[in-house]
Design a protein around this ligand. Structure first.
Ligand code: C5P
Length: 234
């Protein structure tokens, strides 16, 4: 297995609060940028062969200073992302095209709290031959469908339902082809890479994710992550 890593970090993070605070992947938690934590967990994982970080054109400086916060100042490649996550992923995959990796893990920069056990579980499923692997957590809340008036329409059975996480991981040639096909067909509304694999009829293997592996989405997520790190809880 030769595993490339694509970390997507080109989002503007509008949901995380006021725009002047900048994209959430560069906000400090526990004294370092979110993306510095994310990168460190990949660069210290022995199976990562090449790392591409996909950024917005305006964020090069922000990334450079975040890299200085990672022990050993890792060697990474930079690609520039697009208007959607899907476009950013494709830019990252194209950057890896000549690298000879057999597999790729695609990860959100704003999920800094995965551990090496999770990466090992995902890699083991790839090594066993799965073309696509999705870390996910079984849904534990009771789910309600609401209507536009704020009334409950029904209760959605949660049997078999999972909340998708990253790194979603794939045979490199398969996911590149799937992304290229989605782009060529003008399909731009995929919110994760497993959905593109499903659309191409690739079987997607579920592996258990991790409860800590949350996506830092809103301002409160950043504040809570900061507190937990400072308290030594993460
Ligand atoms: O917006 P969302 O929460 O889905 O973002 C998930 C990840 O995708 C983030 O790390 C974000 O930086 C990245 N992203 C991107 N390019 C975009 C939109 C989001 O790389 N155009």
């Amino acid at each position: 297995l030769s595993v490339g890593i694509v970390i997507v970090a080109a989002g503007r993070g509008e949901r995380a609060g006021s725009p002047e605070e900048g994209p959430k992947q560069y906000r400090p938690i526990g004294g370092r940028a979110v993306i510095a934590h994310t990168l460190e967990r990949f660069v210290t994982w022995p199976q990562a062969s090449k790392i591409v970080v996909v950024i917005h054109r305006d964020d090069e400086k922000l990334l450079r200073s975040a890299l200085e916060q990672v022990a050993g100042l890792p060697e990474i490649e930079i690609a520039f992302g697009g208007a959607t996550r899907q476009q950013s992923v494709l830019a990252g995959l194209r950057q890896l095209e000549e690298s000879g990796v057999t597999h790729v893990m695609i990860h959100d920069a704003v999920r800094p709290f995965f551990d090496h056990d999770l990466l090992d579980r995902v890699a083991a499923a790839l090594a066993a031959g799965a073309p696509a692997v999705l870390p996910a957590m079984p849904v534990t809340d009771t789910l309600k469908r609401g209507d536009t008036n704020g009334l409950v329409v029904d209760t959605v059975p949660r049997t078999g339902l999972h909340a998708a996480q990253t790194p979603q991981s794939f045979r490199f040639a398969d996911i590149l082809a799937a992304h290229e096909k989605a782009e060529a067909d003008g399909k731009t509304d995929f919110t994760d890479d497993a959905a593109i694999a499903e659309w191409c009829n690739l079987p997607v293997t579920l592996v258990i994710g991790s409860a800590d592996n949350v996506k830092l989405t809103i301002k409160r997520d950043i504040a809570m992550a900061d507190e937990k790190l400072n308290a030594g809880l993460l």
